[in-house]
Ligand binder design. Structure first.
Ligand code: CLR
Length: 452
């Protein structure tokens, strides 16, 4: 503690091991499998459990505090949008696979702005639930990640709804997560993008935000771009929202956006394709050459070899050019990303927030629930650079979980029930959801569940 502010660790104990394993050699045997059934060698893992990864949604929790302070419902919605998009920012360049949580595993995190508890509430299908709260808001949801193979890429659909509530304002917002696409799983350099639409609904006022997470596309001019609008009940567009989930989100008056777009030079297009005899495919080849020459260190920081760049069909991670980007006068910036720590590339591309998540702080030892992810020996060993030890522990835990499941299937044994969440209908979406039973923070961990 210094100046009354708690300090968290800024880096992991040791840098990661850069492996040259081929992910496709593993994945080709996994087509059609559930994400939780894919067992990959630990060298493809990052030293966090998926529950900890969900807690990363909270990095910009202050946006919910600011939202709660807004009297105007459209301004409030703007900050909820900022929060929803910011929650995805830590995924940028993060290609390590988090550990599959064990059934009953939990993860808690208490910070100045909030506290959150996560639990693996179901194994088949794998469902992870979380509930975060502060004085002014709650944020909760459940995620069932579904995997789809599309040849050279995989698509991960994080099924489930998330809800933000402002109890004092009697206001609630819900949305569903967009899909995550991981490209170049067979060869080339892997990269990921978030694609699809996100509709954030305000259940009290009827305002809605429609956001589109764009696909990079041929010339990658849309790489990581997010665009959308806020509309009222009668579908009238009031605000235009734009930015990148990896960088920032801005908001402008919708009329100002339309005015801005009247000037054709502001249309978001690839300005290098203006020359009339440039066919689109020609342009994209040229663009790719351009990307190759733009070897920006962050994209090439690890394992980068010349060979992958010189194949006929360059499967590059497209580099976006912020020069194409619009800047509408009088826009407000709702959210801006925190820069990654300097050695991030040697530490699984972690953000500073992610670096701190598996830290066993001194004052935790006696209070932590015995099922907390921080106590998982396989994750701890990987974090310490002991890959063989991590692999042994991971196998042991998976076998232990299988034995426990088998035991429960015996006639007399009781069924598994979640300890901190209950399956209920979400009152806003009318869909099945997992709602906190409010007991976790009483810290009465009576039935000593032994999952590790
Ligand atoms: C993306 C944001 C969503 C929740 C979510 C669910 C599953 C996560 C995904 C996020 C990010 C990418 C992810 C994925 C599970 C596995 C995958 C971590 C956090 C990594 C990159 C492993 C990919 C390996 C494949 C090639 C099988 O709201």
């Amino acid at each position: 503690m210094e100046h009354g502010k708690k300090e968290y660790r800024l880096v992991l104990p040791v840098p990661m091991f850069h492996s040259d394993h081929n992910i496709w050699a593993v994945l080709k045997n996994c087509i059609g499998k559930e994400l939780s059934k894919i067992t990959m060698p630990v060298v493809f893992n990052e030293p966090l459990s998926f529950l900890q990864r969900m807690a990363e949604y909270m990095e910009y929790a202050h946006l919910l505090r600011i939202a709660a302070q807004q009297e105007d419902p459209t301004t409030r919605l703007q900050y909820v949008i900022g929060f929803a998009v910011s929650a995805l920012a830590s995924n940028w360049e993060r290609l390590g696979k988090p550990f599959n949580p064990l059934l009953g595993e939990t993860y808690e995190l208490e910070r100045e702005e909030f506290r959150i508890v996560c639990e693996q509430v179901s194994h088949h299908p794998p469902v992870s639930a979380f509930h975060a709260e502060s004085d002014d808001w709650t944020f909760h949801g459940s995620i069932h990640p579904k995997l789809k193979f599309w040849g050279k890429s995989v698509e991960i659909q994080p099924k489930g709804t998330v809800t933000v509530e402002f109890p004092k304002l009697k206001e609630a917002y819900t949305w569903t997560n967009v899909n995550c696409c991981v490209h170049n799983i067979i060869m080339g350099k892997m990269w990921m993008e978030q694609c699809g639409t996100m509709e954030i609904v305000s259940h009290l006022s009827g305002y809605r935000a429609n956001l589109t997470f764009k696909q990079a596309g041929e010339s990658s001019k849309n790489l990581h771009r997010v665009e959308g609008y806020i509309a009222n009940k009668s579908k009238q567009k009031l605000f235009y929202i734009y930015g990148k989930w990896t960088e920032f989100i801005k908001c402008s008056n919708y009329a100002a956006y339309e005015e801005y777009m009247k000037d054709s030079s502001h249309k978001i297009k690839d300005q290098r394709s203006k020359s009339p005899n440039d066919s689109p495919s020609h342009t994209s080849k040229k663009m790719l050459q351009k990307f190759n020459s733009l070897k920006v260190s962050t994209f090439r920081s690890q394992n980068s070899t010349q060979e992958t760049e010189e194949s006929d069909e360059p499967d590059e991670c497209p580099k976006s050019d912020t020069g194409f980007f619009m800047d509408i006068p009088n826009s407000t910036t709702i959210w801006k990303v925190n820069p990654r720590p300097p050695q991030s590339a040697d530490y699984y591309q972690f953000t500073e927030f992610a670096m701190s998540l598996n830290e066993l702080e001194h004052d935790m030892k006696n209070v932590l629930c015995p099922t907390d992810s921080r106590l998982r020996p396989d994750i701890r060993k990987l974090e310490q650079g002991d890959i063989d030890g991590a692999a042994i522990e991971k196998t042991r835990l998976e076998e232990k979980q299988r034995d426990a499941n088998k035991h429960r299937k015996c006639k007399n044994a009781t069924q598994w029930t979640s300890r901190w969440f209950k399956q209920e209908i979400n009152p806003y979406t009318q869909q099945e959801d997992w709602i906190s039973n409010g007991n976790y923070w009483k810290r009465q961990y009576l039935e000593d569940l032994d999952i590790f």
